[in-house]
Design a protein around this ligand. Structure first.
Ligand code: NAD
Length: 497
């Protein structure tokens, strides 16, 4: 429970694991260097975290390689791997409150969201991948009768994952589940802002029985630790979630090193279309709020462009104003808080610079647009809405990654589709209508990995998730599609006598 004594107890106990996790053991970095991790709701330093140097990266890769080539993990029966991964999920579930508090302290997100979504989501992602371990079959191909030809999928080897700060545990789980289920060894670099929950989870991996070297956690900065992994000659696959800008680097790193497989989950500028046949504006506004205010708008699939039919624009904006005002901004550990702190002061200022830009570009600041609760030392922003936005404006084209909604109006469904698709991104989209024909037509016309009709949703672990265009590269996460990222097909031919 959110207001349980447990939340308070974990929030005040402040015992953090801050060392690197390599080969089943915690150790300080080889050169002794550390960096600070800050509570964005107060500005205070929570802990000093070990920074993985090049030597540490080399050591972790060597351990992961040894575990892959000679360790028991890959050789275990799928049923045994499933058992260990289920036990890992079970331990995370048992420590949910502690982990939710860690996530909230380190990231600034409301603890109620971490308890209700991040932790159950993490556990479900791991369980789903674990359960699939002994249910995926290989293929026998249609060849002539004197030949048996099979296609089997094998683990790739040493996988490195570089992840962002917005959902540290869930994004860890979306990669750990399928990568380890397939028998790979894995090294994860958390974002430098949020290392604490992953380091706590590392000890649970040991407790679950993951063999040494199979899962390694290397905190550090992107330009150093992240780049060392991206350029490493003995990393076979790099799975990245983060910005499109940094995603490009990994393709370059791979091209300039060993042509490792690269998988990218990137940013978005997702459209939300509201047609003129909508009647329950309050309900749609609730969904729009969830789409752009949840996690302070720091969500890759955030519905940050609202495309409204001119005929209903006024009613839609009034409903948005009423609903957005109910999203209280405040202490992430308080039960009533809907919006916590932005990840950092720097990021908050970046979002505020987009507010200034929107005004300069000629959009109308309809509500919000300012920092609040500055006296706390934290980085809090109020829900912000721009009306009269044109899709050519930078606030409509660039990922702001904050609680800022750009409202653009349109007159025909064709125009809505054109505006929706006029973007470099293609991660998600939503449509609100009561017309079945429009629902089908628009769903097929939108160039995005997810289209939600009359809801805002990424689905769940059973549904593939990923982006078109510059929102992704190399496959889909979640569902059995994720198995393809972390395995490669091998053709085996046998001549019969
Ligand atoms: P980011 O790209 O700045 O950082 C992501 C990770 O890359 C971090 O671990 C960082 O340390 C590392 N990194 C940074 N520079 C690097 C470099 N030069 N070389 C190697 N590694 C480097 O992203 P962020 O600010 O942490 O997260 C926000 C971004 O993530 C947004 O663009 C958001 O849309 C995206 N995101 C996408 C998804 C998805 O599933 N598509 C999910 C969550 C977040």
């Amino acid at each position: 429970m959110i207001d349980s004594p447990d939340v308070t107890q974990f929030a005040v106990s402040r015992q953090f694991e801050t060392r690197l996790f390599i080969d089943g053991e915690f150790k300080a970095s080889s050169d002794g260097s550390t960096f600070d991790t800050v509570n964005p709701a107060t500005g205070e330093v929570l802990a000093y975290v070990s920074h993985a140097s090049l030597d540490d990266v080399n050591h972790a890769v060597a351990c992961a390689r040894r575990a892959f080539e000679h360790g028991p993990w890959r050789r275990m029966s799928p049923k045994e791997r499933k058992r260990v991964l289920l036990s890992f999920a079970e331990l995370i579930e048992r420590h949910s409150t502690e982990l939710a508090v860690l996530e909230s302290l380190d990231n600034g997100k409301p603890v109620r969201d971490a308890l209700a979504n991040d932790l159950p989501g993490t556990v479900e992602l791991l369980r789903w991948a674990a359960e699939a371990t002994d249910k995926i079959y290989d293929q026998v191909t249609p060849t002539s009768g004197d030949i048996v030809s099979m296609v089997i999928r094998e683990p790739i080897g040493v996988v490195a994952a570089v992840i962002p700060w917005n959902f540290p545990l869930e994004i860890m789980a979306v990669k750990v589940g399928p990568a380890l289920a397939a028998g790979n060894s894995l090294i994860i670099k958390p974002a430098e802002q949020t290392s604490l929950s992953l380091l706590r989870v590392a000890s649970l991996a040991n407790e679950a029985g993951l063999p040494p070297g199979v899962l390694n956690i290397l905190p550090g900065f992107g330009e150093t630790t992240g780049q060392y992994l991206g350029r490493h000659q003995d990393v076979d696959c790099l799975s990245f979630t983060g910005s499109t800008e940094v995603g490009r680097f990994f393709l370059k790193y791979a091209a300039e090193s060993n042509l490792k497989r690269v998988f990218l989950e990137l940013g978005g500028k997702s459209p939300v279309i509201v047609m003129d046949d909508v009647t329950d504006f309050e309900a749609v506004a609730e969904q729009v709020a969830n789409g752009v205010l949840y996690s302070q708008g720091q969500v890759c699939s955030s519905g940050s462009r609202l495309l409204v039919h001119k005929a209903v624009k006024g009613r839609m904006l009034s409903a948005i104003e009423r609903v957005f005002r109910r999203w209280t901004v405040g202490d992430p550990l308080a039960p009533s808080t809907r919006m916590g702190a932005m990840i950092s002061e720097g990021h908050m200022k970046r979002v505020l610079s987009y507010v200034e830009l929107g005004k300069k570009e000629g959009a109308t600041l309809f509500m919000g647009g300012a920092q609040v609760l500055a006296e706390t030392g934290g980085s809090f922003l109020e829900p912000t809405v721009f009306a009269d936005v044109r899709n050519s404006m930078r606030i409509a084209r660039e990922e702001i990654f904050g609680p800022v909604l750009s409202v653009i109006d349109f007159e025909t469904v064709e125009e809505a589709i054109e505006i929706a698709n006029d973007t470099n991104y293609g991660l998600a989209s939503s449509l609100y209508t009561n017309d079945l024909n429009i629902a089908h037509k628009v769903s097929r016309a939108i160039r995005a990995g997810t289209v939600s009709v009359n809801c805002f949703s990424e689905g769940d672990q059973a549904v593939p998730f990923g982006g078109f265009k510059q929102s992704g590269f190399g496959g889909r996460e979640k569902s059995l599609a994720a198995h393809d990222i972390y395995t490669q097909p091998k053709a085996i031919w046998m001549q019969l006598r």
